[in-house]
Design a protein around this ligand. Structure first.
Ligand code: F3S
Length: 79
């Protein structure tokens, strides 16, 4: 399984990830990205379905500050 979260400390609100993978990434009030898939709340605990992995990886590759983090295990971040 794949899990993802956004490091808001380094996100510069460029807006690329939500355009590339709108079902996974959206923006908070400050325009910083966060994982919204299945109510994840940017905790990185919801498994991203396989048919969405390509979009997720494209978003990761496209982030100018490498703020999109992906791993095989849940992160359990504070959000
Ligand atoms: Fe932020 Fe990177 Fe998305 S800078 S808005 S996480 S593409």
């Amino acid at each position: 399984a794949k899990f993802t979260w956004v490091d808001k400390d380094t996100c510069i609100a460029c807006g690329a990830c939500g355009a590339t993978a709108p079902d996974i990434y959206d923006y908070d009030d400050e325009g910083l990205a966060e994982v919204i898939f299945d109510g994840d709340g940017n905790h990185g605990i919801k498994a991203i379905p396989e048919d969405m992995h390509e979009d997720m990886l494209d978003a990761c590759d496209g982030c100018p500050t490498d703020s999109i983090i992906i791993a095989d295990e849940p992160f359990n971040k504070e959000g």
